[in-house]
Design a protein around this ligand. Structure first.
Ligand SMILES: C[S@@+](CC[C@H](N)C(=O)[O-])C[C@H]1O[C@@H](n2cnc3c(N)ncnc32)[C@H](O)[C@@H]1O
Length: 205
């Protein structure tokens, strides 16, 4: 299952231009706004889970963030981001890993996930994710997460997804995480479509 998933995503990033996929954002505005509002220091340790070829890392490097980790199951996705960053790629820790198997070796102040958790349609996968989340965040740490909303698409990249509202996400993460903020976003896809996203900020208790 893990291997099939990896092959799926490797193939996506090998065959499609990074700016043509439905989840492409020219600028990761909701994430940057959420980080701005949290007023975190640029020394905060941030991990972007299932970052793909997102330019969030570029923008954070530009802003002087010094402890960045970018994780994705697909090595070709990270290769796109590394090539874009050129010499600055050396300022980032890159990890090819499946979040449902990976166990963090350290804790992060910020756990960012845009459009990854919603692919975990099996309860066991979500439990593994939550175990990684709990191991990878310390008390006071924040989780910025976006999934397809209750009225969002039922599939992404040909795969089924689980859709959430804020209450359902809070229930998934359990009592160790307090919901601080939630909002809806209409993402405009490169193909001209609209996708309804649910964003949440949680604080680790
Ligand atoms: C819809 S894309 C979102 C990419 C990025 N977060 C963004 O906002 O542009 C989903 C990403 O999750 C990655 N992914 C899917 N399943 C994963 C898993 N089990 N572990 C780690 N990454 C995964 C995919 O390779 C892909 O890059």
């Amino acid at each position: 299952m893990t291997e099939a998933n990896q092959e799926h995503w490797d193939e996506v990033y090998r065959t499609k231009a990074a700016d043509s996929v439905s989840w492409y954002q020219p600028t990761p505005e909701p994430s940057l706004r959420a980080l701005d509002e949290l007023q975190l220091p640029v020394t905060a340790a941030l991990i972007d889970i299932g970052a793909g070829a997102s330019s969030l890392v570029d923008r954070l490097v530009e802003r002087g963030w010094s402890d960045l980790t970018v994780l994705d199951i697909a090595a070709p996705a990270l290769d796109v981001a590394k090539a874009r960053l050129r010499d600055d790629a050396a300022r980032v820790a890159w990890m090819v890993a499946d979040i449902t198997v990976w166990r963090p070796k350290r804790r992060y102040d910020v756990w960012h996930d845009r459009a990854v958790f919603h692919f975990l349609t099996a309860p066991q996968q979500r439990l593994s994710y939550r175990n990684a989340l709990e191991a990878g965040t310390a008390a006071g740490g924040v989780v910025i997460i976006a999934t397809f909303a209750s009225d969002g698409p039922e599939r992404c990249s040909g795969l089924p997804v689980q859709r959430y509202d804020a209450a359902a996400l809070a229930a998934e993460f359990g009592s160790a995480f307090a919901l601080e903020r939630e909002w809806s976003e209409e993402h405009a896809t490169p193909g001209g479509g609209r996708q309804s996203f649910q964003w949440c900020v949680f604080r680790r208790r």
